[in-house]
Write a new protein. Sequence first.
Length: 143
Amino acid sequence: MGLAGSALGQQRVVVTGVQAPIPESCKREVQIVAAKLPELGPSEKPWTWVVVCSTKAWDLIVRTAQTEHNTCCAFTILDKGYSYINGVRLLEPLPAVSPGYIIAHERGHCETGSKSEEDADRWARQKGYEWGKKDALKTTSAK
Ligand SMILES: [Zn+2]
């Protein structure tokens, strides 16, 4: 299910793990991602952001993808141009992992083309997002 948005440029946001009608919580999770991406600057890269709107689906996707890290919240498959986000972590963030950081970190992988966590974190930090740091107020207003 795709959501068009001119502000997103080449980036698109899709959902998985739920069936129509899309639950309100899932819509809110998508809105958080769709609001954050343009704020991080325009991107030339075609990219797909998959908001996983069910924890069951998330567990399955993580197991299938065999990612080694950050599996609480998000991961990126560089060669495919996909980032997966655990939707519930946007609405109920872990103390050290803000929604802004989750999105900025994965976007960092996308923009740097690097699998390195350091590179992704450096990119995110330049945008003002860090692990262990709360999002600035202006960035949490996406409702
Ligand atoms: Zn990472």
